[in-house]
Design a protein around this ligand. Sequence first.
Ligand SMILES: C[S@@+](CC[C@H](N)C(=O)[O-])C[C@H]1O[C@@H](n2cnc3c(N)ncnc32)[C@H](O)[C@@H]1O
Length: 466
Amino acid sequence: MGRKPHPIIEELEIEKIASEGKALGYYKDKVVFVAGTAPGDIIDVRVHKKKKSFLEGSAIKFHKKSDLRIEAFCSHYGVCGGCKWQHLSYDDQLGFKTEQVKDSLERIAKVELPEINPILGSENTRFYRNKMEYTFSNNRWLTTEEIESGKEFESDALGFHIPKRFDKIVQIEKCYLQADPSNAIRNSVDRFAKDNNITYFNLIKQVGFLRNLIIRTSTTGQTMVILQVAEDNEEWLSMMLNHIKEHFPELTSLLYILNQKGNETFHDLDVNVFYGKDHIIEEMEGLQFKIGPKSFYQTNSDQAYELYKVARDFANLKGDETVYDLYTGTGTIANFIAKSAKKVIGVEYVPEAIEDAKVNSQLNKIENTDFFAGDMKDVFNDEFLAQHGKADVIITDPPRAGMHPDVIKTLLNIAANKIVYVSCNPATQARDLALLDEKYKVTKVQPVDMFPQTHHVENVVLLELK
Ligand SMILES: C[S@@+](CC[C@H](N)C(=O)[O-])C[C@H]1O[C@@H](n2cnc3c(N)ncnc32)[C@H](O)[C@@H]1O
């Protein structure tokens, strides 16, 4: 029996952009999500997902193109899965991000709100990332145009996973996310490997030598390259690393990892230094941050600075406060605000990040910070507070899932004067604000854009005791 053809909805008008950046229209009593579209588009949609309350599909014909549309600048737009909002101007992107924050706060939090400050846009809307990760695969994804061109393509590729196909990689010629030498390094590594018949990883069979290439840069001009290989082949390893070293003398760290696990993560593997240092240094307001291959650092350094300044302004410290920095990561916020507080205590569940946070305090001769590793819901409790001091101000920057209800309970118990809530997910932030409403009122809201060309938005909220 053949599969049923996907139904087509004709002349659907896209009406708005909803949460998670999805564009949508309405068909009968259902919402229809269509990726890569803009409000004002009138399209035929091929439906490929049918749920009780919504449908999801792709645009197969445009009857009218929205006035909001602009030409995407990247040749990989629509294929690689990144930069999904390139068809919108940056001003419109900022408008939709502000709407997303407003909508979440009004619809989910349903708490009294002050006026939302205008979103802080990113000065750089291209080449703003300090870290990129490229995957090698011997199973290149070919676009429809490439297939229709009738040309022959090498099956090895170095680039990005395409959405929903873990085994296929789209070959990247130029990516607009990280400044050079990023593109130059990736293309040179790719060409050299192909010219020398060095094998690319097969993600299904888990065989092949070259696995993944990570490039990290900093505003101090330092660059780290990490090459992950999946086979112990000294000749190929030495050829690859020497090639990179000779062609990119500006690199400050060239590292490699032998990764024979089922996935590309390397938090549990040895990282070897082939050349240079085992870290790069980032700087912010004269503070230095040591970034090792396993360290987390906000990927848009310039906007991270803007974000931290907002958090610091909202905290409005006088110098005599005990501040808790929850979900501190590598302690960047804690170290950034340390000189404005009496004491800062950071909590985070990745022990290596806590080690980095301590190193960063030492590096900057900061002596009034303390860092603890553990799951927030277990560590951050009355006993912990009794031990480390009453919290005057709490800064919290949880992951996308937001805060655990037990953490919220503790926050309500402590009743610190102020909570500065930094979030990368307005929906979970709004859910948490509703719970905190019992004792706190929202007095400031500041959206910040860390990721131009994507729907992601960061939002900082100041909560003060009622
Ligand atoms: C959005 S990041 C915050 C990063 C940090 N504030 C910064 O600006 O670099 C969230 C952090 O929360 C940590 N985390 C996630 N779940 C946690 C939990 N249950 N307990 C403690 N930390 C957690 C993550 O490891 C991550 O470092």
